[in-house]
Design a protein. Sequence first.
Length: 92
Amino acid sequence: MNRIEKEVLLITQEECAEVVQAISKCFRFGLDDSYQGKTNRESLVLELGDLQCMIDLIKESKLVSTNELNEAVRSKRERLQKWSNIFRQNAA
Ligand SMILES: [Mg+2]
């Protein structure tokens, strides 16, 4: 791994932790609760944006192939359709 690849992965790791924290706040206090002038939903958007940026940089730096990543996304959707209630009608 070169220096840039290491930095991209390190920052991605940090952003994953920040997404986990933002989701935790949504569960604990609700989406519309505010902290330091931002709702938890707004903080979640910002952290998901940070993470999406890092995923884009992982693709741009060729750390993983875009085709393989797209296939992993497709495969995850398929497993969620089988093993979760996310895509079922009347999901509460
Ligand atoms: Mg962040």
